[in-house]
Design a protein around this ligand. Structure first.
Ligand code: ZN
Length: 322
C-alpha cells in the first residue's frame, strides 16, 4: 500500500492548494507547571532514571480533514464531549532519558520544518539544563518530519556527539530513493526531510540501524509497532522495576482515539496495521499499568491508560505532584 501524506506535507499541500486557509496555526502553549520554571519542561523519576518531557510546541490539527471515522459524525461527537473544536490543539513532545551515565533523547522535534509555533525543543532542552553536545544517543520512533526535523540545522548536526538509532525497516523505507519516486508528490517532502535531517549523521558514520526487539542500552529496548510507518518503533524503558513505554505516534488525537481506537489518521502508512497497533498498545498499557509517554498527547504527554467500559481513557500525570 502506498504511504499516505505526512503531517507537514499534507499541511503544505492544503495551504498550497487552498484546501484550507491555514491548517496549522500557533495555539496556546501549555499551562505553566509549578514543578519547574519552564512550561516546556517536565521532569519525573523512573527507577534510577530521570525522564524529562520537552515540548517542541503545538499546532492545530484539522480533524475534520485528517481523521477517518468508522461511523460518520463520531469524531465531532467525541470532540464536542471533550469541549474541543474541530481544529484540535496538538502537542509535539520529545523525551530525554538521563540514565545517570548517558543522556538519550527520544525523537528530535520538527526543527525549522514546520513553522514558528514549533521547533522549540532545543530551547526547552537548554531550559532543562542540558546542551545539545551532551546528548549521547538519539532514538527515533519513526522518520516523519515532526520527529526528525530537529536533528540538523543548515546541513550541520544539532547533536554533534550523538549516535542516531532507527529501526532497519524505517530507515530502509525513507532513505530509499526508489520509494520516493513511487509515492505521490505530496509525500516526497517527507522523504526529503528525512534524508536532509539524517545526512550529516550518515556522513559521519553515526546512523545505526537496529532490529525489532533489540536491546539498545541497559533498560532500553526497541519494540516494533508498525502501521503508522513501516518501521514505527515504541521504546520500552525499565529501571528498578518501573516501566515506561515511549509510544511515538500510537495516538494523534487523544480525545477521540482513546474512546475509539478504530479512528485513524491520513498520515498512517497502513491504516489497518496502525489501528491494530493502537488497540494492542492501549490494551497492554491498561493491563500492566506502566507509564506511557506519547509524542502528540497534551504536554507533557506522560500518564497512564485506563479502561472506561466501552473504550479507553488517558490519565495524565499530575504535573504538580513532583
Ligand atoms: Zn508525529
Amino acid at each position: 500500500m502506498r504511504p499516505r501524506l505526512s503531517l507537514p506535507a499534507l499541511a503544505a499541500a492544503m495551504i498550497a492548494t487552498g484546501t484550507v486557509a491555514l491548517p496549522i496555526q500557533a495555539s496556546a502553549t501549555t499551562e505553566p507547571s509549578s514543578q519547574t520554571a519552564s512550561p516546556g519542561v517536565y521532569r519525573m523519576t523512573l527507577g534510577a532514571f530521570t525522564i524529562i518531557a520537552l515540548s517542541d510546541g503545538s499546532f492545530d490539527l484539522p480533524t475534520d480533514q485528517l481523521l477517518i471515522e468508522p461511523r460518520p459524525g463520531e469524531v465531532k461527537e467525541l470532540l464536542d464531549r471533550a469541549g474541543l473544536p474541530a481544529a484540535v490543539p496538538t502537542a509535539i513532545n520529545a523525551f530525554l532519558i538521563d540514565t545517570g551515565t548517558k543522556r538519550i533523547l527520544v525523537d528530535a522535534g520538527s526543527g525549522a520544518l514546520l513553522g514558528p509555533s514549533l521547533g522549540k525543543l532545543l530551547d526547552n532542552l537548554r531550559a532543562a539544563g542540558y546542551r545539545p553536545e551532551q546528548i549521547d544517543e538519539l532514538l527515533l520512533t519513526h522518520l516523519h518530519p515532526d520527529h526528525v526535523g530537529g536533528l540538523a540545522d543548515g546541513g550541520r548536526m544539532t547533536f554533534p556527539n550523538a549516535v542516531i538509532r532507527v529501526d532497519r525497516s524505517e530507515a530502509g523505507f525513507w532513505l530509499d530513493k526508489a520509494n520516493r519516486s513511487r509515492v505521490d508528490d505530496s509525500v516526497k517532502g517527507s522523504f526529503d526531510a528525512a534524508l536532509t535531517s539524517l545526512q550529516p549523521y550518515i556522513a559521519a558514520g553515526r546512523l545505526k540501524q537496529f532490529e525489532p526487539g533489540e536491546k539498545l542500552e541497559p533498560g532500553i529496548m526497541a519494540v516494533a509497532m508498525p502501521g503508522h510507518t513501516a518501521g514505527h518503533t515504541v521504546y520500552r524503558i525499565e529501571s528498578r522495576g518501573q516501566t515506561m513505554m515511549m509510544w511515538g505516534d500510537i495516538v494523534h488525537v487523544a480525545a477521540v482515539q482513546f474512546p475509539d481506537p478504530r479512528i485513524t489518521i491520513h498520515f498512517d502508512s497502513v491504516t489497518g496495521e496502525a489501528e491494530a497497533a493502537r488497540e494492542t498498545a492501549f490494551g497492554d498499557a491498561t493491563r500492566k499499568g506502566y507509564w506511557v509517554a506519547a509524542s502528540h498527547i497534551a504536554f507533557p504527554g506522560i500518564g497512564h491508560v485506563g479502561s472506561d467500559g466501552t473504550g479507553y481513557m488517558w490519565k495524565p500525570a499530575d504535573r504538580n505532584a513532583r
